[in-house]
Design a protein around this ligand. Sequence first.
Ligand code: ADP
Ligand code: MG
Length: 352
Amino acid sequence: MFRPLDWILGLFSLDIGIDLGTANTLVYIRDRGIVINEPSWVAINKKTRRPLAIGAEAREMVGRTPGDIVAIRPLRDGVISEFEITEAMLDYFIKKAHEQMIVPFPRPRVVVGVPSGVTEVEKRAVYDATINAGARDAFLIEEPMAAAIGAGLPINETRGSMIVDIGGGTTEVAVFSMQGIVVKRSIRVAGDEMDEDILQYARSKYNLLIGERMAERVKIGIGSAFPLPEERTMTLRGRNLINGLPQAVEISSIELREAMSPSVNIIVDTVRDTLDETPPELVADLMEAGICLAGGGAQIKGLAERLEDAVKMRVWLAEDSMTCVARGAGKVLENLELWERALVGLHRGSTH
Ligand code: ADP
Ligand code: MG
């Protein structure tokens, strides 16, 4: 059906793709690229639960807040545990993106990538929050699907493709064919858990208490999943648990690999299990096409080599792996008809 108003609005159309990640929220605007990339943190007043700061500003407060303020990550475990706070965050980011437009008209159409484990109620909440934030139209898409589209995988075709999206809180593995997810796994082991592994290792091997940020810094610096061409070292700074004094320890990439191996092994096993469940015809396709890695946690050095060694298939890191979901969500808006099947259905009748 031809709708003249839609057609006119389309001429000015403002399309926004959002990756509501456990660690980072990204906003992509068509023809402009990524306009917002901020940590998914919200600082709230403990008593009233009112948000005081969102995004980068909230993250700065972590560990530095007075007693009545706490900084939280509402999506930490990949599901929306604190959805009023998630709503506030979504509202803030959509408005912030919208304000960046020279002509803030018309209202945007928004596609939001949501973790694949979300419940009906949570989907509803994200949908409503997006509309309440001023969206003209809101659509939801599962994150692994958006990641695959953003990475440019041929998920519209009959032949299979596979994505492993390693974020902060969750790793999502999915095999696609004909715009549908054929097999998927979602686990709560990803980048954060690697940081936790490093924290534990420093404590048990060196009696050294380090912070989460320190753990993440060494992970990004020299963390790996496979022997490096040249092993390196970095300094861990923290507090000695026995005498309470500040202490610095030189840690090697070999030790760090050992430290991170519990989480890395779980991820490798999950990829293997997913392949075990995949129908043989699709496995044959994957042997040709390989497996694509996306997400920030996939940038661990040597992870592709490690997986190749374990599953005997080609594995590669998507270009600009941290922005795949946001770009994929944006791409869907360019041709909603084409991607219709990829979107998450909402049971509209329920509350509207
Ligand atoms: P989410 O989608 O859950 O928000 P992201 O895809 O943004 O997560 O990835 C965040 C995770 O990626 C964090 O655990 C972070 O430490 C990790 N990360 C970011 N850059 C790197 C890197 N260069 N090497 C290893 N891990 C990284
Ligand atoms: Mg993600």
